[in-house]
Design a protein around this ligand. Structure first.
Ligand code: HEC
Length: 104
């Protein structure tokens, strides 16, 4: 058991220390249910993520607001359809928010 646990802990530690790279955001996006409602370029159930980035360009604290919305859900920002809360940790929500904001 120890043999398995130690590398796993080491890997977990390495992952938390890594800065949130753009690619992590995309991989995370694909591993979560997000893609059922969002694409980068096209509006689906939810807004195109590039549009979210454009709307929030230069807005102070946008990454925090978006992370909150990704984790807890959101309603009324883009229209009448609400986004339900998503199965992400706070850290994952932040990584996703920063990735969304990096899209152009
Ligand atoms: C069931 C469909 C659905 C899923 C699943 C979903 N979204 Fe959304 N998302 C929406 C809708 C609808 C909106 C617009 C909500 C509004 O108008 O406030 C939205 C809005 C957003 C916004 C913009 C929020 C803002 O304040 O402008 C971001 C960013 C976002 N989603 C990212 C994600 C990410 C990342 C995931 C996966 C963890 C995800 N969404 C999963 C439907 C969804």
């Amino acid at each position: 058991m120890k043999k398995i646990l130690i590398p796993m802990l080491a890997l977990g530690g390495a992952l938390t220390l890594q800065p949130a790279l753009a690619q992590d955001g995309e991989a995370l996006f694909k591993s979560k249910p997000c893609a059922a409602c969002h694409s980068v370029d096209t509006k689906m159930v939810g807004p195109a993520l590039k549009e979210v980035a454009a709307k929030n360009a230069g807005v102070e604290g946008a990454a925090d607001t978006l992370a909150q919305h990704i984790k807890n859900g959101s309603q009324g920002v883009w229209g009448p359809i609400p986004m339900p809360p998503n199965p992400v940790t706070e850290e994952e929500a932040k990584t996703l928010a920063e990735w969304v904001l990096s899209l152009k």
